[in-house]
Write a protein that binds this ligand. Sequence first.
Ligand code: FAD
Length: 423
Amino acid sequence: MSETPDTVVVVGAGPVGLAAAAHLTERGIGFVLLEAGEHPAAAVRQWGHVRLFSPWRFNIDAAAARLLTGAGWIRPDDGELPTGAQLAADYLQPLADLPAIKPHIRYGARVTAVTRLGLDRVRTAGRETTPFLVRLADGTDVLATAVIDASGTWDLPNVLGSSGIPAHGETAAAAAIEPALPDVLGRDRDRFAGRRTLVVGAGHSAANTLLALADLAGQEPGTTVTWAIRATDPTRAYGGGEADALPARGAIGTRLRAHVDHGTITLLTGFGVQRLSPAGTSIEVSDGHRTVTADRIVSATGFRPDHTMVSELRLDLDPIMSSTRRLAPLIDPNEHTCGTVPPHGVDELTHPEPGYYAIGAKSYGRAPTFLLATGYEQARSVTAALTGDWPAARTVQLNLPETGVCTSNPTITDDTTPGSCCS
Ligand SMILES: Cc1cc2nc3c(=O)[nH]c(=O)nc-3n(C[C@H](O)[C@H](O)[C@H](O)COP(=O)(O)OP(=O)(O)OC[C@H]3O[C@@H](n4cnc5c(N)ncnc54)[C@H](O)[C@@H]3O)c2cc1C
């Protein structure tokens, strides 16, 4: 065992876990931040080549900015759209390296389970006063008074199979399947150059990859690009073009449509992946009626929260979204884009298990409407509640402009394409 039970455990040193660390520091609460990767922002670095769709002003937590500024940090230009790599290098790494935070972070510390010391999920007596037990992959146990789970969803991509379970042959074909957002024009170029790639998915991760592949096809003979979506009409994936409320999103859709119109990208609509079969060194992908032969398949079908590590805690999960039930209607992608999610805090994030809060991308479950700015407000509200400062916890201060959060007169300093989760 390590840590005294007056410690808050934060899981994940992504942007939201680090924001929680900043708020805990300001409030003088002891904490330990457990990060599976060897650096802060391990997930963000994996999509470091993608440009965010929201400018710096919405990507920096207020408490983090105060601590950083006090240490002489130069704030990036509020209007610029950073890449994931810039978000990590220019903000998250300096934040994690602050003397007030660095000693409390453990890297290479993957949490495998969170429970109550000596109590399983069924035992009620003494539950509220019993410390949390946080188990790491190396077998170490850490005790905590509260757990803030900011472990994101990046590690659990959706499957290709259109029924929500792996398609027949999907597991066996794993070597040919890429998770979302490979760095097609950079690090991962060799895997795509001169090869046939099938991209599955209709969101902006798919769009970003498709545009990069279309560029590659212009540079490398033999590179072909096929795009499969379940919908029978691609209009929603294209966004609103020049009339789109989010200019960067509109620009992506317009470029995508042009590539489809010109035949650089072959679009298959109404295509739900049912089966993958090996065909020599390639893979045949079928929807039961049609078959596409590809060398590489990019699975851009979204992400899921992993609740297995907290399965001994008492959670009240929405049956559709896998967020808390109270949060679900506020983030429902059928009703909201990221810019229209209403502000929310500790009350919407509370589970029946007192002292456990999932915040950040994980808190949204399967909803793709998460924004850093809402995650930072979650961190502020939850840490205020942990000190008993309920007036501050319940005064939800977030005020996002409905459209400007995704691009607000942004300054783009090169020609990379902004990514987007606003779908
Ligand atoms: C390509 C892309 C572009 C985006 N662009 C924007 C944008 O422009 N604006 C915006 O507001 N949002 C954007 N988002 C959405 C969202 O803000 C990001 O996904 C953000 O990284 C979520 O932050 P997080 O801290 O919740 O989770 P993450 O960044 O995923 O961080 C989670 C951390 O937890 C660690 N971890 C995971 N499991 C464990 C474990 N079991 N034990 C210990 N550590 C663990 C991971 O290694 C990681 O470091 C974008 C997302 C993507 C994918």
